[in-house]
Write a protein that binds this ligand. Structure first.
Ligand code: PGA
Length: 256
C-alpha cells in the first residue's frame, strides 16, 4: 500500500509576509489530516523563513530547482543541492516543465540533477509530461518513456526506491484544464510499467503524483485512481484552504 504524497509548488510567488501567513495557516490546519505525506516547495529565498513558520510539524520542505553542479563553485546566481539540504529541504523538484521549456533543461540535465539530489540523500520529485502537440500527435508514451529512461539510465532502477515521479501533462499546468482521471491513470500505469520492466517491487512502491490544475473539486476523483498517489499542486497550493482540502482528499483516497 503506497502512502499518498501531496506537494505544493509555490513557483515564483510570495513575499516574506505572504509565505509566513500561508505556512502558519497550513500548520494550523494540517493537524486533522492523516494518511498522507505533505510538503511545500517555496521559492529558494524563502525556504528558511517557511521552515521557521512551519515549526515542528509533519509538513516537509522541498526546493523547486538546484544547480546542475555538485559542491560549491563559481556559478553566479545558482543554489546548490547542499544549500537546500542545509536549509532543511527533504525534496527537490527536478525537470518541471517550466524548467524544461523556459530554461532549456534537457532530459540529460534532468537526469544529472536527479543524481545530484539522490547523492545528497534527498528525494527528487521527477516531473515528466507531454505537451498538447505531443499528445495530439499520439506521442505521449514515447515522450514520457524518454524522460523516465534518461533518468533510469543515469541513476539505475534501484535508486527509484527514493524517487517520486510527478506526471504533469504540460497542457494541464496552470491552464485550468485537467487530464481526465482515465487519461491520467493510463499514463501513470504506463510509467509504473516502465519501471516494472526493470524491477517490479520497486515499481509497486513508486509514488507517482499527478500534477496539472488539481483543485479541491477534482482532487478526490483523480486520487481515487489506482496508480495516482497524490499530487503536485501549483496554483491551488497558494491558498491554504484549497491546499488543505486537496491533502484531505488524498488522505481519504488512501483510507478507502
Ligand atoms: P498547477 O501547477 O496546479 O497550477 O496547474 C502544477 C505544477 O506546475 O506543478
Amino acid at each position: 500500500m503506497r502512502k499518498p504524497f501531496v506537494a505544493g509548488n509555490w513557483k515564483m510567488h510570495g513575499s516574506k509576509a505572504m509565505v509566513i501567513s500561508l505556512a502558519s495557516d497550513l500548520q494550523a490546519g494540517l493537524g486533522s489530516i492523516k494518511g498522507v505525506d505533505v510538503a511545500v516547495c517555496p521559492p529558494a529565498a524563502y525556504i528558511d523563513l517557511v521552515k521557521t513558520a512551519l515549526g515542528e510539524g509533519f509538513v516537509q520542505l522541498g526546493a523547486q530547482n538546484i544547480a546542475n553542479e555538485p559542491g560549491q563553485g563559481a556559478f553566479t546566481g545558482e543554489v546548490s543541492v547542499d544549500m537546500v539540504k542545509d536549509l532543511g529541504c527533504r525534496y527537490v523538484i527536478v525537470g518541471h516543465s517550466e524548467r524544461r521549456t523556459l530554461f532549456g533543461e534537457t532530459d540529460l540535465d534532468v537526469a544529472r540533477k536527479t543524481a545530484l539530489v539522490l547523492d545528497a540523500g534527498l528525494t527528487p520529485i521527477l516531473c515528466v509530461g507531454e505537451t498538447l502537440a505531443q499528445r495530439e500527435a499520439e506521442e505521449t508514451e514515447a515522450v514520457v518513456a524518454a524522460q523516465i529512461r534518461a533518468v533510469l539510465n543515469q541513476v539505475g532502477v534501484v535508486a527509484f526506491e527514493n524517487v517520486v515521479v510527478a506526471y504533469e501533462p504540460v497542457w494541464a499546468i496552470g491552464t485550468g484544464k485537467t487530464a481526465s482521471p482515465e487519461q491520467a491513470q493510463a499514463v501513470h500505469a504506463f510509467i509504473r510499467g516502465l519501471v516494472a520492466e526493470q524491477d517490479e517491487a520497486i515499481a509497486a512502491r513508486l509514488i507517482i503524483q499527478y500534477g496539472g490544475s488539481v483543485k479541491p473539486d477534482n482532487a478526490a476523483v483523480l486520487f481515487s485512481q489506482p496508480d495516482i498517489d497524490g499530487g503536485l499542486i501549483g496554483g491551488a497550493s497558494l491558498n491554504a484552504v484549497d491546499f488543505l482540502a486537496i491533502c484531505n482528499a488524498a488522505g481519504d483516497a488512501c483510507s478507502e
